[in-house]
Design a protein around this ligand. Structure first.
Ligand code: NA7
Length: 560
């Protein structure tokens, strides 16, 4: 039954699709669904669109994928008209872009902001989801799409006494909307992942003193950020068809760039050093494309890691600080490599100090200090750059109940299980965008988002044509896919790091390598083949109770 066919009260509460989240995934999903004639409602817990970029407003927040590539490709007009100002877009500009997209495609009228999805329960008889939202209402939908984001669930660390701190405590992933002024303050920064590394240089410029508390030293490559000229943009735009094709089909991580043709040990020491030097000077994530075996072979990886460690020694004047900043606990690239502007040189400033909390963890936070190894470091404000309950955290916050009342959290207690990262057996008509088991965070997210949204849109269209009521991951196909995802990961160096890819940053989380590391091109081909073979591995059912496709009270898909 389509909303148009129901009574007005009922129509307002019944949709073909409920989409959870209005970040880049939710917005594009809504756009596609509308274009295909499906009724859709998006619920977004934030007060605006943008998802990750709505929340992560910390000083220095910037995307580590170049702006000309970290953008939607679905609209030629959009990609031709939007002017990115810098090589790496700052958070505020990405948020502006998200708002521009929402306006341009008139998305807001189907998005309810400041609204969390609390619960989603699958009714096996009615073959639809009951979705309870934070304003207390329950709406019905045939399909639910989780566009909840991978890095959207800021995690406050379990640090003893944190609640006793008298000054302000900020989390980078949930930063205030008003400007924060650290002038004249002593600031403590906990966490040296991408967020800590991006924010430290800016905070240091403002604060009276910055103390960085480091648990794991991280590899970081200079961004070499710069303004983009009209000429730079035009050159890119002219080449967009090829850039986008390459990013989707060839590049493992969805980023158009020159691909390596040899391993690190195939070159002489001098040649290799020259190549690393060139990439260090060029800046950015493509440092890791110097060779094709850096993620596979530890000896090869060590050559790149040694090069970066050497750079840290050259930049940081105090030898003890330099040594502490040198990452030694994981192969380079196995935690997402950071892209910085003046991070290491920041430690040459007289108002910046580094405290090792690996050998001697934080004992306690008191009213005005952070105590480490019996020493009290006095601070007026604390910045927690401690990351996210990544990939599964936002899904886990929703009480999702599939067949026989089985919850997704119960099913995923020992690690997320999905077929193609798109669906989980026992939860019919529930799709996940860039979920565990898909390339997701190992890729240019927008490339992966567009691929998932398009696949889901095609799937729903196909079901509508065939008069089908449900689609669900098959148990066998799911088991095989999970095994494949693991097998591919085990063939790489990635599982050697205690990373959030492994769930290692959350003490209670199972250690499983969550994203699919086979590459976005390979993954896309697999998804397309599955669809071409009639959604092989999925179980699809017609609605037996319905007299026909538009049967009253059943099958809520709106005819095109
Ligand atoms: P990350 O990359 O998860 O970094 C979090 C940092 O916080 C990391 O250095 C952690 O050390 C540290 N951390 C986490 N919990 C604690 C506790 N309890 N005590 C001390 N230190 C802690 O998050 P980001 O926000 O920086 O970046 C996330 C992604 O966003 C990034 O990869 C890019 O893709 C963009 P650890 O390494 O766990 O020892």
């Amino acid at each position: 039954m389509s909303p148009a066919q129901s009574s007005p009260a009922e129509a307002a509460e019944t949709y073909d699709v409920v989409v959870v989240g209005a970040g880049f995934a939710g917005m594009y999903m809504l756009h596609r669904l509308r274009g295909l004639g499906f009724s859709a409602r998006v619920y977004e817990q934030g007060g605006g669109v943008g998802g990750t970029w709505y929340w992560n407003r910390y000083p220095g927040a910037r995307c580590d994928v170049e702006s000309m590539q970290y953008s939607y490709s679905f609209s030629e007009e959009l990609q031709q008209e939007w002017d990115w100002s810098e090589r790496y877009a700052p958070q505020a500009e990405i948020l502006k872009y998200a708002n521009h997209v929402a306006d341009r495609f008139d998305l807001r009228r189907d998005i309810q902001f400041d609204t969390r999805v609390e619960r989603a329960v699958f009714d096996e008889r009615g073959k639809r989801w009951s979705v309870t939202i934070s304003d207390g209402r329950t709406v019905q939908a045939q399909f639910v799409v989780l566009a909840t984001g991978c890095l959207s669930n800021a995690r406050k660390p379990d640090i003893n006494g944190l609640e006793n701190f008298k000054g302000p405590v900020y989390h980078t992933g949930n930063w205030p909307h008003e400007p924060v002024d650290f002038s004249g303050q002593r600031v403590g920064l906990i966490g040296t992942g991408s967020s800590g590394i991006q924010s430290a240089p800016i905070i240091a410029e403002q604060a009276k003193h910055l103390t960085v508390f480091q648990r794991t030293a991280n590899f970081s490559i200079p961004a070499r950020n710069a303004a983009l000229s009209a000429g730079d943009r035009d050159a890119f735009r002219k080449n967009y068809p090829e850039v986008r094709r390459f990013a989707r089909e060839v590049a493992r991580n969805g980023i158009f760039a020159e691909q390596p043709d040899r391993g690190a040990l195939d070159d002489s020491d001098d040649t290799r050093r020259g190549k690393y030097e060139k990439r260090w000077e060029h800046g950015g994530l493509t440092f890791m494309y110097a060779y094709n075996n850096l993620g596979l072979d530890r000896t090869a990886n060590d050559t790149a890691a040694d090069f970066v460690r050497g750079k840290i020694t050259e930049i940081v004047k105090d030898p003890a600080t330099a040594k502490l900043l040198q990452p030694n606990s994981h192969p380079i690239g196995t935690k997402r490599i950071c892209i910085d502007t003046d991070y290491f040189v920041t430690f040459n400033r007289p108002n910046v100090s580094l405290v090792d909390i690996k050998t001697t963890p934080i004992e306690e936070v008191t009213a005005h200090t952070v105590r480490v190894a019996g020493k009290d470091h006095e601070v007026d404000a604390l910045v927690l750059a401690t990351g996210f309950d990544a990939m599964t955290g936002s899904v886990a916050k929703i009480d999702i109940r599939g067949r026989e009342g089985w919850t997704l959290n119960q099913k995923w207690a020992e690690g997320p299980k999905t077929y193609l990262g798109l669906m989980s057996a026992g939860f019919p008509n529930l799709f996940i965008i860039t979920g565990p088991g898909s390339p997701s965070v190992l890729s240019n997210m927008i490339v992966s988002i567009e691929q998932h949204v398009d696949w889901i849109a095609d799937c729903l269209t196909n079901m509508r044509k065939r008069g089908l009521a449900t689609i669900e991951a098959g148990g066998d196909a799911e088991e095989k896919w999970v095994a494949h995802v693991n097998e591919v990961a085990q063939g790489t160096l990635y599982p050697q790091a205690n990373s959030w890819y492994m769930g290692a940053n959350i003490p209670s989380k199972p250690r499983i390598f969550m994203p699919y590391i086979g590459g976005v091109g390979t993954y896309r081909r697999i998804c397309d083949e599955v669809a071409a073979k009639g959604y092989e591995g999925f179980v699809m059912e017609a609605d037996a109770a319905a007299p026909g496709r538009d049967g009253v009270g059943q099958g809520c898909m709106t005819p095109a």
